[in-house]
Write a protein that binds this ligand. Structure first.
Ligand code: PMP
Length: 386
């Protein structure tokens, strides 16, 4: 098979060698981490070392990290009315979400349907802070959930400013930091987040493991999974030691390389966008005027459908994606682009190109060559059909 170039890092990243080594080493452990014998203690040690490393990724205390099966579960665990701050027991009466959240947040967790409201975003995909302020005035004890960076556009929200507004009104802030963790600064105190979700496989750890990280005085009174009391009774079930260890190793590697990788990826991404704009001037880059992740570019060419383009790119050796969910080969309308006021036809053409730490200049050249072939042939087809 011809060499392929992978540009779908926002869907998942390749396993880092450090993570693979940690997974393999942990698979050799025999014990159950809840057992008191030496074998059990070795498993416990692997988990607690990983907890320290995941905590360090976001500047949190290790005891406030709860391992889950991924960020979907972390989001479900966080989105509950039963949150207590500083020991005060009072149910959250409203959940406010930005209109561009991941489906796992949009599903509203454990809030009843009537208590949830979506907040609009600007044309650049940034949360409308006036909408946030007026929403907060309609609740006594709100929970607000806003993602750090969007998985489709890469647009980064001003979380620290949002946190300040939320905290002025007795609110709690949950931040889905899945796409930001390991790519941009994710310090929980700097962000001002009360709850933070992260996923291992976006930063080079194994799939099927993630974490919900809390600020010290936030307590979740109703765990999602009850049973044997693991994870301080917040998430029962024998721990997935190998996945947790892999996550911890990936967190260390991602953190160490973060700043250098971000600079390199941003330079490659900017070159890629500039050359695409030069060859296809009608191409639209979504969120281009907002702060964005260094690795993400969501681009549409009027007249082209994403599902056709993605298949053509795949046949040319490139893995790219539509930003929006894809089922049975058909790309669904993106709720993110709809919320940004993008015309439906243009949104249907959105192709997401996302880079990562192993992306090279030569990968970018491969992409640009394929871009010219694929886009010109699809544009010809479109012109003939018109
Ligand atoms: N939130 C965001 C922003 C995501 O991009 C994803 C993964 N696509 C998730 C949550 C879910 O993460 P996981 O795959 O670990 O369940």
């Amino acid at each position: 098979m011809a060499e392929r170039a992978y540009f779908d890092w926002n869907a998942t990243a390749p396993l880092r060698p450090e993570a693979k080594a940690a997974v393999v080493a942990s698979l050799a452990l025999t014990g159950n981490a809840s057992s008191v014998h030496a074998e059990g203690r070795a498993a416990r040690q692997a988990i607690e070392a990983a907890r320290q490393n995941v905590a360090a990724l976001v500047g949190a205390e290790a005891k406030n990290v709860t391992f889950t099966s991924g960020a979907t579960e972390a989001n479900m665990l966080a989105l509950t009315p039963s949150l207590e701050v500083g020991g005060r027991k009072a149910l959250r009466d409203k959940l406010f979400l930005s209109a561009i959240e991941h489906p796992s947040v949009r599903s509203r967790g454990r809030f009843p349907a009537g208590s949830v409201e979506e907040l609009k975003v600007t044309n650049e995909g940034l949360l409308d802070l006036h909408a946030l302020r007026s929403a907060l005035a309609r609740a006594e004890r709100p929970l607000v959930s806003v993602m750090l960076a969007n998985n489709e556009t890469g647009v980064i929200q001003p979380i620290a400013e949002i946190a300040q507004i939320v905290h002025e009104t007795n609110g709690i802030l949950h931040v889905d930091a899945v796409q930001g963790a390991g790519r941009i600064d994710c310090d929980i105190a700097t962000l001002g987040a009360d709850l933070l979700s992260v996923s291992s496989h976006k930063l080079g750890g194994p799939q099927g493991i993630g974490a919900l990280i809390r600020r010290g005085d936030v307590h979740i009174a109703d765990p999602l999974i009850r049973g044997g009391g693991q994870e301080r009774s917040l998430r029962a079930g024998t721990e997935n030691v190998a996945a947790i260890a892999g996550f911890g190793a990936a967190a260390v590697a991602a953190n160490a390389a973060r700043q250098a990788d971000a600079l390199r990826m941003a330079a490659l991404r900017d070159t890629l966008e500039a050359r695409i704009k030069a060859s296809t001037p009608q191409a639209v880059v979504f969120g281009a005027n907002a702060p964005r992740l260094p690795n993400t570019s969501l681009i549409s060419v009027p007249g082209i459908k994403a599902e056709t383009a993605i298949i053509a790119f795949d046949l040319n050796g490139l893995a790219v994606s539509s930003g929006a969910a894809c089922s049975s080969g058909r790309v669904q309308a993106s709720h993110v682009l709809a919320a940004m006021g993008v015309d439906t036809d243009l949104a249907r053409g959105a192709v997401r190109i996302s880079l990562g730490w192993t992306t090279t200049e030569s990968d970018v050249e491969t992409l640009l060559t394929a871009w010219n072939t694929v886009i010109s042939s699809l544009l010809k087809r479109h012109a003939n059909a018109a």
